[in-house]
Design a protein around this ligand. Structure first.
Ligand code: HEM
Length: 469
């Protein structure tokens, strides 16, 4: 792969070194240095492809710390719930026989929600999708496609960021998958120039935004404006107020007084929170919806649990989530069958690696085949059957180490896993109390497109309001 010898590993007992939890592990890199990573600035910034181990350690510490405080968890629960409510308000206008692209709704949802959680900046993707759904000919004042990069400031902050991020995703695909040799050929040259402009414009936008927030924090001091009422409901006291909220950006700027990360580091962390946190959750939510539609008895049991823990109308609070054990099992089982990242990678330029008596020279890429391991009948009875029960009780003690790793393992495992699990539970608990989805084409397989990650490309459903006895 990419001109490097690549070995696929499909046995969890071979993963002790590759998934080592040690800070001194020689496998702290994911990929070798490729020209595209350099062009994107990802070789020395952020986490995902960072090869500069001391910078990666520094960023990882800030990233993880910023996602952990209870006030951040409360805030993300609140934002997730509010975005669910907004989405369901739009769904009120959708007719019972109208085909609904659930993948598009979940994509818009995660985009809006992540904008709020990351930087209190709403992208209005749900609103745009709603307008398009109810009137396919609608001329939208905030239609973004025709706005030139130089005229971006005519758009609201959320819209500018949405547009730049969408082009940034294309820039990543271009620089990672098109070999450098092509970048100067006629058709590619124009594209390459455009994507370089996107990278500059996106950085300028983000750095400006970060500096403004820093000034706000210095000005106002840090204010956590989440309050909880006597019924343990979170009160959204200041949705449009100008106080500083405890979102991911504020956390990054305020938590670490000893050695604040630079705006450049923060910029990449926020970018990766979006990049790694929106598509992954969208795909997982769609696989869950698909599997539940095919297994109504599982859905019924999950809804029963949600109603008994939270009730039919009370707001879902973060303190309810640990009681949703069956709902959690449903999420795990969907991620076992359809891991969003079916293969994750480790790379070392330093040592010869020994696996099961074989030697692999330095600069070998190891592809860890999570998808294969998670469908192996050695570890999972009837591996192709959707059966959330296998994740109830003491499954953690009985399953071999590394046999179930939808968020990876070791030092480079997913730092967003607790956040993603919280978010998915809140979404399921909020939406499934009110709605159920019926597949338009029950015989169709799940439409997953593989480009290093599994991305849902289409999920068509009919929406039905749930009738509670
Ligand atoms: C269902 C949702 C998600 C799934 C299934 C998922 C899965 C994964 C996996 C498998 C990896 C590679 C781990 C490894 O190589 O050992 C990863 C890495 C990563 N994820 Fe997630 N993820 C999800 C959501 C999120 C969210 C919400 C965020 C941000 C808040 C996030 C941020 C990251 C980052 C930054 C990395 C790279 C870490 C590093 O290289 O140090 N992910 N994720």
């Amino acid at each position: 792969m990419f001109g490097f010898r690549t070995v696929l590993v499909g046995d969890p007992s071979f993963l002790k070194d590759l998934f080592s939890p040690s800070v001194h592990s020689p496998f702290l890199r994911r990929m070798p240095l490729l020209p595209g990573f350099k062009e994107l600035g990802m070789d020395k910034e952020g986490l995902l492809l960072n090869l500069d181990i001391s910078k990666w350690r520094h960023n990882r510490k800030f990233f993880q710390q910023s996602l952990s405080p209870p006030s951040f968890i409360e805030l993300s629960t609140l934002y997730t719930r509010d975005c669910c409510e907004e989405m369901m308000t739009y769904w009120n206008d959708i007719k019972i026989d109208q085909v609904v692209r659930l993948d598009e709704w979940y994509r818009a949802f995660t985009s809006d929600m992540m904008g709020l959680v990351a930087a209190d900046s709403k992208e209005e993707s749900l609103k745009i999708l709603y307008k398009k759904t109810v009137d396919s000919n609608a001329k939208l004042s905030f239609e973004l496609e025709n706005v030139d990069l130089n005229d971006l400031n005519k758009l609201s902050n959320g819209e500018q960021y949405r547009r730049l991020r969408s082009d940034y995703a294309d820039a990543i695909a271009f620089f990672v998958f098109i070999p450098k040799f092509f970048w100067n050929l006629p058709w590619f040259r124009q594209k390459c120039k455009y994507f370089r402009q996107v990278l500059v414009a996106l950085s300028q936008f983000e750095i400006k935004f970060i500096k403004e927030r820093k000034a706000m924090i210095d000005d106002q001091k840090y204010i956590n404006n989440i309050t909880i009422d006597t019924n343990k409901n979170i009160i959204n006291s200041n949705w449009n107020g100008n106080k500083v909220r405890s979102d991911f950006l504020t956390m990054l700027l305020t938590m670490n007084n000893d050695s604040n990360p630079s705006p450049e580091d923060i910029k990449q962390n926020i970018r990766e929170m979006f990049g790694a946190g929106t598509g992954t959750t969208t795909t997982s939510l769609c696989t869950i919806a698909y599997l539940l539609s095919k297994h109504p008895e599982v859905e019924q049991r999950m809804v029963k649990e949600i109603l008994s823990v939270i009730g039919p109308s009370k707001n879902v609070g973060s303190f309810d989530l640990s009681k949703l054990v069956y709902t959690e099992a449903v999420i795990y089982e969907a991620m076992r069958l359809y891991p969003v990242i079916p293969i994750t990678f480790r790379f070392t330029p330093e040592i010869t690696t020994q696996i099961d008596g074989h030697s692999f020279p330095p600069n070998t890429i190891f592809g860890i085949n999570l998808s294969h391991i998670q469908r192996n009948e050695k570890y999972f009875k009837d591996p192709n059957t959707f059966n959330p029960e296998r994740f109830l009780g003491n499954w953690r003690e009985t399953l071999p180490t590394f046999a179930f790793s939808p968020f990876g393992q070791g030092m480079r495992s997913c730092p967003g896993k607790h956040f993603a699990m919280t978010e998915m539970k809140v979404i399921l608990a909020t939406i499934y109390r009110k709605y159920t989805f019926k597949l338009v084409n029950p015989k169709e397989p799940l439409h997953l497109k593989f480009t290093l990650v599994n991305d849902i490309s289409k999920l068509e459903v009919f929406l039905e309001k749930r009738k509670l006895e």
